[in-house]
Design a protein around this ligand. Structure first.
Ligand SMILES: Cc1cc2nc3c(=O)[nH]c(=O)nc-3n(C[C@H](O)[C@H](O)[C@H](O)COP(=O)(O)OP(=O)(O)OC[C@H]3O[C@@H](n4cnc5c(N)ncnc54)[C@H](O)[C@@H]3O)c2cc1C
Length: 445
């Protein structure tokens, strides 16, 4: 069959969220155009290591997965989103198996999970193995056309059809990051420029164990398998499986930390070990120097549980979206799951939805490099004095992040203010920014 030139749906982004949305819509009969600014294999999805959380073990249940997600989220999770995420998880995993993803035997245990419930593939190559299969199914699908190397710089250019943004997060804005360079939040600015609200921009997760040299991620799975964290005197100093924000701050409070992989089965992680060897380390012989790095953007484009933004015809899913599912701290391995669950739901909604109109959306300008300033002033430990320095930053997204972080005058989950070290019940809500407005607190159910 010839692929249609004018599709029924446009998907921006070819990570797990975009590929899932495209396949769902095309299987539902729609013709789909997928656009990605980078190569197909250059997304965060391809970099994901640890796995996907799902209550598939004999001792597990979606309600236990939901309870762990809510506990990590420190009172900010949208409970209806958590219920959907955890209930749909086993079915989404089964679909991946049907599509051809070969998961490893056994379930991994990761920080904040009360059960072993993380399905993984290729040791610590889960994202790549899933994305590879989804990309292959997309490329062979008769109703999907995929164009790599095509950066979308205005929503207006896609007017006349429903549009799903699946452009990923913004953690690569920080100087120290585990993310590929392309994760700069362009989808957020595209949506905001078209009138959509953004939320929770101050909530960015810092991964505790990135290689000190270059931010390469040393997966949580390693700590789950028994790797220990040592201080400069070679002593353990924290519970390695505590939530990420706790472990990250424990590391930041020390002069240096290293991850000891000597006692674990290193052969199970061939790619990680090969990367360490290339960087000049011998994990069989010495602990590896690590430090936190910006890792996951909880904030994003505000959507309902079916990916709808406040702009008719415009949907968002995956890391660029903010459903409220992660609250103030994402539970490990819930984000690939978010892409699968909400990517699919957004596609189903878009099939029946309105189209994007061609009025009022702004063009994206290249993002200036504010990485060092962000790392210094809006890193793991924040204060009003540092955040105020970002209010005149050249990048609009950086300014919005700073304004949201200033408005959250408390410490909660991943957001730590040394000038407001306690949680404040009055701030147990989402800070939402409408175009031209100040961050406003909303409570979502
Ligand atoms: C090192 C690392 C390890 C991780 N490990 C795990 C894990 O084990 N488990 C887990 O659940 N999560 C993990 N995560 C998080 C998870 O990988 C991401 O949250 C998830 O993959 C995001 O997928 P996505 O589809 O939303 O976006 P991405 O996979 O980032 O894809 C974004 C897509 O949008 C495109 N794009 C962006 N802007 C534009 C534009 N203007 N025009 C056109 N295209 C555009 C990009 O080219 C890309 O194709 C990890 C992340 C990293 C960085």
């Amino acid at each position: 069959m010839r692929k249609k030139l004018h599709p029924d749906l446009a998907v921006v982004g070819a990570g797990v969220a975009g590929l899932t949305a495209a396949l769902t819509a095309a299987d539902g009969g729609a013709s789909v155009l997928v656009l990605a600014k980078g190569a197909i294999d250059s997304s965060n999805s391809w970099a994901a290591q640890g796995g996907v959380a799902a209550a598939v073990g004999p001792d597990d249940d979606p309600s236990l997965h939901a309870a762990d997600t809510l506990a990590a989220g420190r009172g900010l999770c949208r409970e209806s989103a958590v219920e959907l995420l955890t209930r749909e998880a086993p079915e989404r995993i089964a679909e991946l198996v049907d599509l051809g993803v070969e998961f490893d035997e056994g379930l991994a245990r990761e920080g904040g999970h009360s059960r072993s419930r993380v399905v993984h593939a290729g040791g610590a190559e889960t994202g790549r193995r899933i994305a590879e299969v989804l990309a292959a199914r997309v490329q062979e699908h008769p109703r999907i056309r995929i164009v790599a190397g095509k950066r979308v710089d205005s929503i207006s250019s896609l007017a006349g059809q429903p549009v799903i943004l699946a452009t990923g997060g913004y953690a690569a804005l920080w100087e120290r990051t585990t993310n590929p360079r392309g994760a700069t939040g362009e989808g957020l600015l595209l949506a905001h420029g078209a009138g959509a609200a953004l939320a929770d921009l101050e909530l960015v997760q810092f991964h505790p164990t990135a290689l000190l040299d270059d931010g390469f991620l040393l997966s949580e799975a390693l700590r789950g398998a028994g790797a220990t964290l040592l201080d400069e005197d070679g002593e353990r100093f924290t519970d390695e499986l505590a939530p990420r924000d706790v472990v990250a701050r424990a590391i930041a409070a020390r002069d240096g930390a290293s991850l000891d992989l000597r006692s674990i089965e290193r052969d199970r992680y061939p790619t990680l070990m090969a990367t360490l060897a290339r960087a000049g380390y011998d994990p069989a012989d010495e602990p590896i120097p690590v430090s936190p790095a910006a890792h996951y953007a909880i904030g994003g484009i505000v959507t309902d549980l079916d990916g709808r933004t406040s702009v008719p015809g415009l949907y968002a899913a995956g890391e660029c979206a903010c459903t409220g599912v992660h609250g103030a701290n994402r539970l490990a391995s819930n984000s690939l799951l978010e892409c699968l669950v909400f990517g699919r739901r957004a596609a189903l909604a878009a099939l029946d939805g309105e189209t994007v109109s061609d009025t009022g959306s702004r063009c994206l300008t290249p993002s200036p490099d504010d990485g060092a300033a962000l790392w210094r002033n809006a890193g793991l430990i924040r204060s009003a004095a540092g955040l105020e320095r970002l209010l005149d930053a050249p990048s609009e997204l950086v300014r919005l992040i700073a304004r949201s972080a200033l408005a959250r005058t408390e410490s909660r989950g991943v957001h730590f203010r040394e000038d407001f070290p306690a949680e404040d019940d009055a701030l147990a809500g989402h800070l939402v920014v409408h175009p031209g407005g100040d961050p406003e607190l909303e409570r979502w159910s």
